[in-house]
Design a protein around this ligand. Sequence first.
Ligand code: 5AD
Ligand code: SF4
Length: 440
Amino acid sequence: MKRYHVTTFGCQMNEHDSERMKGMLEALGYGEAPAPEEADLILFNTCSIREKADSRFLAHLGHAKRLKLEDPERIVGVGGCWAQSVKDEVFERFPFVDVAFGPGQVNKLAEFLTSDSISAQGFFEFEGFTGHLPDKRAREFQAWVQISVGCNCNCSYCIVPSTRGREVSRPHGELVEEVRRLAADGVREVTLLGQNVNSYGRDLRPRATFAGLLRDLDTIDGIDRIRYTSPHPKDMREDVILAHAELAAVCEHIHLPLQAGSSRILKAMRRTYTRERYLERVALIREHVPDVALTTDIIVGFPGETEADFAQTLEVCEEVGYDGAFTFVFSPRRGTLAGEITEGLVEHEVKVARMQQLVEVVQRRAAEGAQRFVDRELDVLVEGTSRTDPSRLRGRSRHNKAVNFSGLASPGEIVSVHITGASSQTLTGELSLLAGVSPR
Ligand code: 5AD
Ligand code: SF4
């Protein structure tokens, strides 16, 4: 049997796409190899969001080149956003690569592998949903569901619209069917994926809405938890917020990317909301879902960001008190508006210093906020054993907090955990003896 190995970089959409690549390869009769050294087909699913993502991948590609020299029969394939952003150039720069494809043509990999001429071929159309391919899930009780592909936003720093194309939604009925099938297959938590999930359905005829999709998915027996990522603050309307308050399966967690706390910088980023409007959304969320966990993405050092602009980012973080944040140093990307800016660039040392300050505020506020969970009983979906202490278990609360706890339970069970401690990143606790366990 031929064997494949996939290395995945980047976001959850890429993790989803890799599961579909694996499912497709297994349908073709391939088996998974534990390491690239043991594989006949070495695949990379790449990311290009920041320069660091490019360089990490290029280091891996060097290793694949050596493996290919050892055994020229091996096939090296490069898929995903980096491949899309360089397209056919990949074969000039890396002649040992056999096949390259963008996120819109993962299906072409099968065509390539079954064709007669296995020589440099590239596939870069925006064509289909990877969500249509068979899947191979990392955990049987959790699944990604791709609700749309592409992005119609114009964020000036972001490479994604060029790597994933215009936004196209999958039909509402098809998604409901898919989640029903997943539930029948043992899935109890789904994470809906899209570049901008809450603009879902505007391109469909008849039109569909994201809130309507949440409502229909919530009624499916066996689905205990619905998550999604990422929404855009400009499209975060009351109907979606109410879904969190009213629907049993929709979790009390919203990832709401801020990017910057200064309206001037938000304008330069082309985010189409102001600091005030963002804070209004947060207030509306908290009004309807008081116990919600909020997380965010923030970029520091965008061109032209002054100390005063940055101070406003810190202020928003103080005010919102996020439960967690992904923080990034601005990285100029090819083909983006902000990547072309040559004036007002923020010096590296300044970016690093701002990042340190930001992380300090985010972590302090997250640790403070996490104290609200202490002494509560939280439902935890068990994922496995604790990474630091194998005698303990690890899972996630509905707020998406990692919980390490003592007691006996199996992966896939939802158990009640009495929380005894909280830090910025994790909660600790013990299995509650009083409350019931919800087996699968
Ligand atoms: N530089 C730094 N961070 C970026 N992001 C997107 N593009 C860039 C860039 N050029 C961040 C944003 C986005 C997250 C996925 O990555 O915060 O929400
Ligand atoms: Fe995901 Fe963006 Fe990276 Fe593409 S570039 S893999 S969409 S994070």
